[in-house]
Each structure stands twice: as C-alpha cells, then as structure tokens.
Ligand binder design. Structure first.
Ligand SMILES: [Zn+2]
Length: 350
C-alpha cells in the first residue's frame, strides 16, 4: 500500500478531533489542484491522478462545510500586499494553467462564489509549448498502446533507446520514464514512439490562452505565475531562478493589467536559497506573495503553503475528506511530536 494511503488509513481516527476552522486558527489552509475532468487526459493520466467533476464538487462541498473561506476581497488584499492572508480559513488554487479545469471548476466555484488563484507557467500560455511532464505522460500512453498492439514495434523502439527489450518490461520502462527529468532522454523516447506533441498542442489546446487568463477575474478568480516553463528551480543558477520568477510575473502582470502577481513555485521551494527569494521579491514590484507546496520533503514551505489534493482523488468522495487530508499534512508537519506521542502510548508498561 502506498505510504500516503497507509498514513491516511492509520490516522483517519484523528479526524474527529480535528473538525472545523476553529481547530486551525494559526494555519494556512490552501487546497491545490492541477486537473479536474471526467475525461481521460493523456497528458496527465500517466504521471498523476486527478479529480473527476463529481469528486471535485464533493471535495469543495466538504471543505465549505467544515471551514470558513478566504473571501475574494481578502485574497485581493493579500496579493496587493495590503493585508496578511487570514489564517484558519480555506482557499483554493490551481497549478499548471490547464484549460480543462475551466469547465467543472468554473461551474462549481462560480455557483458558490468561491475565489481561486490559477498559477500559470507562462511559456505554455496559448499552447505555445508543452510541459515536459505532460510530454512524458503522452509518451507513456503511446508506448502502452504500441506495447498492446504491436510487440515487435515496441521492442524496436526500446532497442533504439538503447535498452535490451528482453531485459525491461513495459511497467519498468514507464516507471523509468515517469521519473525522468533529462530532456535529451525524453526527446529520444518521444521520437522512438513517434509522439507528435505539436499536433497534440494544436488539436487539444491543453493550456489556458492569454485571453482566458485575462478573463479569470470576470469569474472571481486571480491569475498568478508558475515560472516560465516549470523548470526545477533548484537545478538553475541564481540568475536562472530570478529570470523564471520575475519574467513570468511580468508576463502575467502584462496580461491581467495589475501587479504584483502571486507566484507559486514549480514543484516546491525545496533547495532554493530563501534569502535570495526574499531579495527577488524586494527587488521587483511585479513579484507578489509566494505560494509553496507542503510535502514530507518540504515540511517548511516558503510563503503560503498548500496541500496538493490530486494524489488523494480517491478519497475525495469521503465525507471527512478535508480532515483526512489535513490529518495527513499535520503528520508531515508535526510528525516528530505525533510520533513521540504515539511511541509513548505504545510503550509497554514496566
Ligand atoms: Zn506545477
């Protein structure tokens, strides 16, 4: 059983004692999504789970039932640097600028007048280029298709990539590719399995257009920046980090006509020099507040932390879904204390 799932089961019992905003007066309660769709999304499905429209609606309903929400005015004041973001209240964000969110998200969020921030990697706006991770998902999907329909063609493709076809299964190949960050290897796999990313971009239009980003505010939403091309910022030199943050915020500011622009780290702030990040924000008035991801690898996020919901899609229909999620992240953040408590309880009496 996956670690996340096991922890959720192990600690689901904590949920009863963790109900309601009042339990978290000092916490940020950001819930972050990537894709929401009832359809098979070939550019996402092979690298991540995502919520169906129904799961999303249930999830939003459960969070709205249990927590007070950050209002649009409160989020606007925070982004403008006029007031702190209220703690103990929930808010929603969407990363990666996927256009597929707009349908189900708009209908649910607008109906309930819930604000949200969409963080957009600006190189993908108007479907100018494909996010490398999304290309990986397309390649895995195509490789699976070839594997099922023509084993010889599949083995030939593996041979072209330097593998001994008898020594690697489809699952092993898919796992390897799924964890691959090397653009040369990914491009070689794309060629070997003849994936036409340009055709996919123009046919499917997976990303928001600049016009859609501009119109987000008409629906009570905010546009934020999510770097230029979703690079791993921790692998870049300092000038590269600066460029990714400042330039993407500048582009979003140009589109929406207002500044500062909130920025969410691609992946997370893990490995970045926090003094440097603070200096970037001070130096450039386009760069607004930072939003980060809370995870077991990044338990002390820089800026406003958010819980990534996509990995928990299958729990989204449970009534106590928000508490389960928060219990899980509580365990990450305060796991030392929790584990100490648990250990002391388990200690056999002398
Ligand atoms: Zn992202």
């Amino acid at each position: 059983m996956k670690l996340a799932k096991r922890l959720l089961f192990d600690f689901a019992g904590l949920s009863a004692e963790l109900r309601g905003s009042a339990k978290y007066p000092n916490s940020y309660l950001g819930f972050n999504f990537h894709a929401v769709s009832n359809d098979y999304l070939p550019h996402v499905a092979n690298i991540s789970s995502y919520l169906s429209a129904n799961q999303f609606e249930n999830c939003i309903e459960a969070i709205c039932r249990d927590f007070k929400l950050v209002s649009r005015a409160e989020m606007a004041a925070f982004i403008a640097g006029e007031a702190p973001l209220p703690r103990g209240k929930a808010f929603f964000t969407f990363d990666d600028g996927l256009s597929v969110c707009l349908g189900p998200v708009l209908s649910v969020m607008e109906k309930r007048e819930i604000p949200a921030v969409f963080f957009i990697p600006t190189d993908f706006l108007d479907n100018k280029s494909l996010f490398q991770r999304h290309a990986v998902s397309l390649i895995i999907g195509k490789a699976r298709e070839v594997y099922r329909s023509d084993r010889t063609q599949f083995e030939n493709a593996l041979t072209r990539l330097g593998f001994s076809p008898k020594a690697i299964t489809f699952s092993e190949f898919a796992n390897r590719l799924s964890g691959c960050r090397n653009s040369v290897e990914i491009e070689a796999a794309r060629e070997a399995f003849e994936v036409d990313t340009e055709a996919f971009l123009s046919r499917e239009r997976p990303y928001l257009s600049a016009e859609q980003a501009r119109s987000l505010s008409d629906h009570g939403f905010f546009a934020g920046a999510h770097s230029l091309d979703h690079s791993d910022l921790s692998a870049l030199p300092r000038e590269g980090v600066e460029r990714q943050i400042i330039k993407s915020c500048e582009i979003i500011a140009g589109i929406v006509g207002s500044k500062p622009v909130p920025f969410a780290f691609p992946h997370s702030s893990l490995g970045l020099d926090r003094g440097h990040l603070a200096a970037i924000a001070r130096k450039c008035n386009y760069v607004g507040p930072f939003f980060d991801s809370l995870s077991r690898f990044n338990p002390s996020p820089f800026g406003v932390p958010r819980f990534d919901i996509d990995p928990f899609a299958e729990f989204a229909e449970k009534k106590d879904f928000p508490q389960r999620i928060i219990s899980y992240f509580d365990i990450i953040t305060w796991r030392k204390r929790r584990f100490c408590d648990d250990n002391s309880r388990k200690k056999p009496s002398a």
